[in-house]
Design a binder for this molecule. Structure first.
Ligand code: 0RA
Length: 632
């Protein structure tokens, strides 16, 4: 770690004009998510300072005037003149795109600010930014407006402390909303606090007179994270935590087995969550599987005749946090959330193998419990395979693989094809008549789809409704899943806008999330948005998706009482209406299902589908109506 930071480590690339012209290019979007991206960008800088061991406290404050500030007690951004720009380093960092220690390669060893554009982007997209730096006995201040220097750097007094405060007012001309969300920020700082052992992060919300605050400090770092995830789960053995460095890669891993069927594995590179995994995850899985197999054989637990554990077997019930810090992380994949650096695989594999082997040797009771759990998973996998083979064989004997109740589309091109999963036979009938036969297939599902949360694959496959769906999708399931075989580019869940509909939709989402996650990640899953109301005046007809919309139409066109119909189910619409409002690609609205956040999804499905009934009931009742902002 280089303690002697030199101003020339900063690389100068370009000015801020392009940021205001095309904000989306730099922060993804200008909606609520883009707005919060500004905070993460500023916070990352303070976290970097903490990771480098120079900062213990970070305070975020949502002010009443629309601004947010992040203060830290780090070394303070340097204020001396910067060689290449001729202005101070702090002004350089704030006004020049991609200017920051992390891009120069010399300043910091590792950096999380890889979202990864630097605080200058925040400055560019804020109507005002103020930076206060305390270092070398002085307090310094500088202010900008829309990225332009307004009050040049000046000393505003003495200070015996060190640190940096960045306060910014997001530009209302750029953002669709400037309303900071306490809960969103809270969640983020909790996660960052887990990942940065020993740092205290505090959030104050000063708005609306109600002083809202939270604070996170985790002495145990990622071990506390594992403990948090496993609260309420039956654990197997103790939490195993280790860290080491190899080939410029710092590796921290914490794990614990539980009696769950599912795994909860969260991976991070430079404190950024890597939802799609990557080389750190593969390195870890290889090490875990190899080490457990070796232990199983050496200890005589796995007999000669026994099969080896697969990755899937050792994953079952595993909770793990894998956090790596690398010099120049490469992010790949659909959502740029997959770590690509190949040397990380070997480093994690080596470190994890050594530490796990040690742990198993020193803790024979834990080791036996873990290996037994894996053996159980192996037996379940073999049973599931037998069940699946039977399903496939049966399908082949029928001479027709596709389920009878599927009304398939005539196009065989997956890029043009859509599958509508429809609740109930009567709505299924309307959908079959109303659809575009060339591109749209209909699969009516009867009754409640099996609750897949607690069920193993063999049991899931014995359910007829699910079997039909699996065959219709074409991808198979489990080990043999292949996304390339998907027969429809869009899979649309179409259920009634009532509590039953919400329940079935949730069950289907659980199934898709657990067993067809790649489809969710790939953006293939959608929720249809049928209208709630039909309004009529003479020959004119309107459809309204929400109560608000209904009221607006009512007022604007003076539609009264009798001419308003509330749809209780899809079955009440005739085929033409269903086509017009919900299925016609030119007029319909579809909500795409995204896995924004694997941890949140994990939690919601747990609440919804776990054996704990009251919270599930409450959740469904609360959320039955809001299908629009779906964020599983
Ligand atoms: C570069 C070098 C040094 C500190 C920082 C950047 C720094 C940046 C930010 C942004 C927010 N908080 C920050 N804290 C520190 C270290 C200079 C030295 O050696 O004293």
């Amino acid at each position: 770690m280089s303690n002697e930071y030199k101003a020339e480590h900063i690389q100068v690339l370009e000015g801020l004009d392009p940021v205001r012209k095309r904000p989306g290019m730099y922060i993804g979007s200008t909606d609520e998510r883009g707005l919060h991206h500004l905070i993460w960008e500023v916070l990352d800088n303070s976290i970097d300072e903490a990771m480098a061991g120079h900062c213990q406290n970070i305070v975020l404050r949502i002010h009443t005037d629309g601004s947010l500030s992040v203060s830290d007690d780090g070394r303070g951004i340097p204020v001396e003149k910067h060689k290449q720009t001729g202005i101070s380093t702090v002004e350089t960092v704030l006004t020049i795109l991609h200017a920051g220690g992390k891009f120069g390669g010399g300043g910091y060893k590792v950096s999380g600010g890889l979202h990864g554009v630097g605080v200058s982007v925040v400055n560019a997209l804020s109507s005002r930014t103020e930076v206060t730096v305390e270092r070398e006995g002085k307090k310094h201040f500088v202010a900008f407006e829309a990225g332009e220097p307004k009050e040049p750097l000046k000393s505003i007094g003495d200070s015996s402390k060190t640190g940096t405060t960045v306060q910014f007012w997001p530009d209302g001309k750029i953002f669709e909303t400037t309303d900071f969300q306490f809960e969103t920020i809270k969640k983020r700082i909790r996660q960052q606090a887990y990942l940065t052992k020993g740092v205290t992060i505090t959030l104050f919300d000063e708005r609306e007179g109600k002083e809202n605050a939270c604070q996170f400090y985790f002495e145990g770092g990622i071990a506390s994270f594992v403990q948090h995830i496993n609260e309420g789960r039956e654990s197997i053995g103790s939490i195993i935590t280790f860290e080491d460095e190899k080939e410029d890669t710092a590796v921290e891993i914490s794990l614990q087995y539980t009696q769950e069927f599912r795994e909860s594995i969260f991976t991070f590179a430079n404190n950024i969550q890597t939802i799609e995994g990557g080389t750190h995850l593969t390195g870890f899985m290889t090490a875990l599987t190899r080490t457990l197999n070796k232990y199983g054989r050496d200890s005589g637990f796995l007999k000669e005749k026994d099969q080896n554990f697969t990755n899937e077997d050792v994953k079952e019930g595993l909770t793990a946090i894998i956090s790596v810090k690398v010099h120049e992380p490469q992010f790949e994949g659909q959502t740029k959330s997959k770590l690509g650096n190949s040397h990380v695989r070997g480093a994690v594999d080596k470190i994890a193998s050594d530490k796990l082997r040690e742990f198993l040797a020193e803790n024979p009771n834990d080791a036996k419990a873990i290996v037994s759990k894996c053996a159980l998973a192996t037996r379940a996998r073999l049973a599931a395979r037998a069940a699946r083979d039977t399903v496939i064989r049966k399908g082949a004997l029928d001479g027709m693989n596709l389920p009878g109740k599927l009304a398939d589309c005539s196009s065989k091109d997956p890029n043009k094809s859509e599958l509508f999963i429809v609740e109930g036979d009567s709505a299924g009938g309307s959908a079959k008549q109303g659809r575009d036969r060339y591109t749209q297939a209909i699969l009516p599902l009867r009754g409640k789809v099996l609750n897949t949360e607690e069920a193993r694959l063999d049991k899931i496959l014995s359910n007829n409704e699910i079997k039909s769906l699996v065959v219709a999708l074409g991808t198979a399931i489990g080990e043999t899943f292949e996304i390339e075989k998907l027969r429809y580019q869009k899979v649309v869940i179409m259920t009634d806008a009532d509590v039953d509909g919400a329940h079935i939709r949730t069950l289907l989402l659980t199934l898709l999330y657990r067993h067809f996650k790649a489809l969710v990640l790939n953006g293939n899953i959608y929720i249809a948005q049928p209208p709630l109301y039909k309004l009529q005046k003479g020959k004119q007809v309107w459809y309204a998706m929400t109560d608000n919309e209904k009221e607006k139409i009512q007022k604007e066109y003076d539609v009264k009482g009798d001419n308003i119909q509330r749809y209780k189910g899809l079955g009440e619409m005739n085929p033409e209406q269903l086509w017009e409002t919900t299925m016609d690609p030119n007029t319909r609205t579809l909500a795409r299902v995204t896995v924004e956040d694997a941890e949140k999804a994990d939690h919601i499905f747990k609440v919804l589908m776990g054996s704990d009934v009251p919270p599930r009931k409450k959740f469904i009742q609360t959320h039955a109506a809001d299908v629009k902002d779906l964020d599983i």
